[in-house]
Ligand binder design. Structure first.
Ligand code: GLV
Length: 335
C-alpha cells in the first residue's frame, strides 16, 4: 500500500476536521495545544510534507531550510503575515489561507466593536457591575451616534466591503474609504462608498475601521500623527492586525481624549497587550475573536484541510497565496 503523506497539525482543531485529515494523511497532532517555540516547530516538522498552521506559527527562510520536505503550509486564517511569502515561493512551498468563509462573521464583529466603543457599552457595564449606578443622569455614558454618521474604512478588501455594506445600508452612514487601489465603480456603488485620500479619511471619519493586511510598509500606519488628525469625537476600530496601530500612542490619545474611543481585537505582540491600554477606560479590548463563531471557525478549519487534501490528491491547492505549484508527490529540492 502506498504510504500516506505525513502532515503536522500545529494547533488544536475541531475533532471532525482532524478525522477528515486522518482519512488522507499520517497526522501528527498538537492535541494539547502546546505553545511550541520556532525550534520545536522545526523539530516536529521533520519528515512532514504539509502543515496546518493557525497564523501564530512563523514560516520563514530558517524554517524552510531546516524542513526540506515541506511542500505546503495551510493557514487557518485569512491573514498570512506569519508567512515569509517570498522565501516560501523561492523554496517551492505553497502557502494557503482561508478567504471568503469568514468575511461576514468578521464584518459583524467589526460593527459590534464599533457600536460597543461608540456607545460605551463595556465601560458602562463595568460601572453597573461595580454597584456604582445609583440614578439616571442626562449625560450618563453619553457616547457618539453611529447611524447617519461618517464611516471611514482603511483597507477595502472583502471584509472592508462587508463593513461598508452594513454601514451604508443598515445604519444609513456616509461611507468613505482608502485603499491601495480604488474599487471598480460597480463595487463602489454596491457599498455606497467614496474613495478619499488617507488624510481625508482620518479627518472626516466619525468612526474609522481598520481592515488592511499587515505588511512592513504599514507598520504603525496609525500612530500619534494620524491620531492627531482624527476628530476628538471619533472612534477607532482595529480588526486587522496588531502592529498597524501604535498601541502606546493610541493609549495616550485615548487618555488625553484626543479621540473618544477605540475597539481593538488585535494587538502588537499579542497575546501580550500594551499595559497602557489596560488602564484606559474608553477602549473595548477583545482577544482576537473577530472570526470566532463556531460555524465560521469550522468552515476555516475545513478550508485549511481541503487545501491540504486538494494539493496532495489533485496537485493544486484551492486558495493559494503564492504561485509555486510543484508536482504533488515530487520531493522539493533541499534549499
Ligand atoms: C484572523 O485574524 C485571520 O486572519 O483569519
Amino acid at each position: 500500500m502506498q504510504q500516506r503523506p505525513a502532515i503536522l497539525v500545529a494547533r488544536a482543531i475541531f475533532p471532525e476536521v482532524l478525522e477528515r485529515l486522518r482519512q488522507h494523511f499520517e497526522v501528527s497532532y498538537n492535541g494539547h495545544d502546546e505553545d511550541w517555540s520556532p525550534d520545536e516547530l522545526i523539530r516536529r516538522l521533520q519528515g512532514k510534507v504539509g502543515v496546518l498552521t493557525t497564523g501564530s506559527q512563523r514560516i520563514d527562510a530558517t524554517l524552510l531550510r531546516a524542513c526540506p520536505q515541506l511542500r505546503i503550509v495551510a493557514n487557518m486564517a485569512v491573514g498570512f503575515n506569519n508567512f515569509d511569502v517570498a522565501a516560501m515561493t523561492a523554496a517551492g512551498v505553497v502557502g494557503t489561507n482561508t478567504p471568503d468563509v469568514l468575511t461576514e462573521t468578521t464584518a459583524d464583529f467589526g460593527f459590534a466593536l464599533l457600536l460597543a466603543a461608540a456607545r460605551r457599552m463595556v465601560e458602562s457595564e463595568h460601572f453597573l457591575r461595580a454597584g456604582r449606578w445609583d440614578r439616571w443622569a442626562y449625560d450618563l455614558f453619553a457616547g457618539q451616534d453611529v447611524h447617519g454618521s461618517t464611516l471611514g474604512i482603511l483597507g477595502m478588501g472583502r471584509i472592508g466591503q462587508g463593513i461598508a455594506r452594513r454601514g451604508a445600508h443598515g445604519f444609513r452612514m456616509r461611507v468613505i474609504y482608502h485603499n491601495r487601489s480604488r474599487l471598480d465603480p460597480t463595487t463602489e456603488a454596491e457599498c455606497r462608498a467614496t474613495y478619499v485620500s488617507k488624510e481625508e479619511l482620518l479627518r472626516q471619519a466619525d468612526h474609522l475601521v481598520l481592515v488592511l493586511p499587515y505588511t512592513p510598509q504599514n507598520h504603525h500606519a496609525i500612530g500619534a500623527a494620524e491620531l492627531a488628525m482624527m476628530k476628538p469625537t471619533a472612534t477607532l476600530v482595529n480588526i486587522a492586525r496588531g502592529g498597524i496601530v501604535d498601541d502606546a500612542a493610541l493609549a495616550q490619545a485615548l487618555r488625553d481624549r484626543r479621540i473618544a474611543a477605540a475597539g481593538l481585537d488585535v494587538f502588537e505582540g499579542e497575546p501580550k497587550v500594551h499595559p497602557d491600554l489596560l488602564t484606559v477606560p474608553n477602549v473595548v479590548l477583545t482577544p482576537h475573536i473577530a472570526s470566532a463563531t463556531l460555524a465560521t471557525r469550522l468552515a476555516m478549519a475545513n478550508l485549511a484541510a481541503d487545501n491540504l487534501i486538494a494539493f496532495f490528491t489533485r496537485g493544486e491547492a484551492l486558495t493559494p497565496v503564492n504561485a509555486p505549484q510543484p508536482q504533488a508527490g515530487a520531493p522539493r529540492a533541499a534549499t
